[in-house]
Structure formats: structure tokens, C-alpha cells
Design a protein around this ligand. Structure first.
Ligand code: MN
Length: 238
């Protein structure tokens, strides 16, 4: 498996409140909320907590991966919550989407409106559901997907880490095959690129670093209105 990742402030924001991490088994993106300093703290506190929890669990193929991932995000929620209270930063929180890859299986943990996508044989599937007001309206049939992309509340999150004492964590398990790609990204990418553009870019670049660089470049060409982060794992073809 080859992995790459990068983050860019974009063309409008003064600071980058996104955070990311990748190694040969763990991928993470997080998008901090609550304004400049609070957002940066929230995304980095959550990310470091998840990294540490996974390192301590050191899961092998037979480990209860879903439970480990769920617990890591619950701990991250508590860490960000404690920090917000300690620093008096009300409204501080973060999205976090992660993938733990063990023995050809990927377990995705997710809270917020960052996303995981799974690409296979030229097709792209959004693995995660956005925890946003607009996405909930689409799900309930209230508005269409294209209306959601213009909705005034599209960035209002229904779930985040650190904004309340309890959080519900979504967990998904995927089997990765040779040639598959797993992309984690923040809304700075998906607000300006369609799924079809992401699909084409993943198909065009076999190298994860070059592919991520191209995704960030495209988002900046569209005005780069938000911080942009992408982490990509590609399973080597046989
Ligand atoms: Mn964002």
C-alpha cells in the first residue's frame, strides 16, 4: 500500500485549521471549528488523541477493530471537550474521519462533514454520510443533492467532536482489493470538486502524492475558499 497526504490553507482563509496524519496503517483528517485558534487546537488535539489510542491498542487482524476505532473517537471527543472547558473556548470542536487498515481490511471512523471515499475499478463511492443539516435534509427527502450544495445551512454540523459530552460515532468496514484507493478529505475539497472530478483525478494518478497535489491544486483553482486536506491510500495492484 502506498499513502500520501497534504493540506493547504487555500486562497481565502488566513490560517489552516485542518489537521492530517498518515502512516502505513492509519489515515486521519480533521477540520477544526470555532474560529481560528480554537479550530486549530481542536483538530490537533483530536488527531493526537486518536493516534495515541491506536498506538496503544496496536491492533492485529484478530482485534475488535470497530470497537477500537469507536473508542478512539470517543476518547478524542472527551479530550477536545476537556480542552474547550479548560481554555474557555465555547463552540470549539472538530470533524474527524479516520481509517485503520489492518490485513486488507479498512475500518473507517467518522464524525462531522469530512469524508471517506472508496475507489475501485474506476468507480467512486462515498463511504461516510455528512453530519450536516443539509445532508440530513437530503436524507429525509426534503431537498435534492444539488440544492444541498447551495443550502445556507450546509456547513452547520449535526455532530462534531468536542461540542457536547456525548457523541455518536459512525463506523464502517471495507475490504480493500489490489488497485483500490481510499481517500479521506475535508469539505474544502468536496465543496468545490464534484464526485465525478474526484473520481477522474483518482483514476488519472497512480501515485498518491501526485494525486493529492493535483486535488489541492484543482480546489485552489476554484478559488480555494476553505482549508483543503486530502489523504490517499492506494493498494498496489497485483
Ligand atoms: Mn472546512
Amino acid at each position: 500500500m502506498r499513502v500520501g497526504g497534504a493540506s493547504d490553507t487555500g486562497k481565502v482563509r488566513e490560517a489552516n485549521e485542518d489537521a492530517f496524519w498518515f502512516d502505513d496503517r492509519l489515515l486521519i483528517v480533521a477540520d477544526g471549528l470555532g474560529g481560528h485558534v480554537a479550530g486549530e487546537i481542536a483538530s490537533s488535539v483530536a488527531l493526537e488523541c486518536v493516534k495515541q489510542e491506536i498506538a496503544v491498542a496496536s491492533p492485529g487482524p484478530d482485534a475488535p477493530l470497530e470497537a477500537i476505532v469507536r473508542d478512539a473517537l470517543q476518547k478524542a471527543n472527551q479530550s477536545v471537550r476537556q480542552r474547550a472547558i479548560q481554555d474557555g473556548l465555547l463552540g470549539m470542536g472538530t470533524t474527524l474521519t479516520m481509517a485503520l487498515i489492518v490485513g486488507g481490511e479498512a475500518v473507517v471512523g467518522h464524525v462531522g462533514d469530512s469524508r471517506a471515499y472508496h475507489a475501485r475499478d474506476g468507480r467512486l463511492v462515498q463511504v461516510t454520510e455528512d453530519h450536516s443539516v443539509a445532508a440530513e435534509l437530503v436524507k429525509s427527502g426534503g431537498i435534492s443533492r444539488s440544492q444541498a450544495s447551495e443550502h445556507p445551512y450546509r456547513h452547520y454540523l449535526t455532530r462534531a467532536l468536542g461540542t457536547s459530552d456525548a457523541v455518536e460515532v459512525d463506523v464502517y468496514r471495507l475490504t480493500l482489493s489490489p488497485g483500490d484507493a481510499l481517500l479521506l478529505c475535508t469539505d474544502g475539497l468536496t465543496d468545490v470538486l464534484s464526485d465525478e472530478e474526484i473520481r477522474r483525478t483518482l483514476a488519472a494518478f497512480a501515485d498518491p502524492d501526485r494525486c493529492v497535489a493535483r486535488l489541492l491544486e484543482l480546489a485552489n483553482q476554484r478559488g480555494g475558499p476553505d482549508n483543503i486536506t486530502a489523504v490517499l491510500a492506494v493498494v498496489e495492484a497485483n
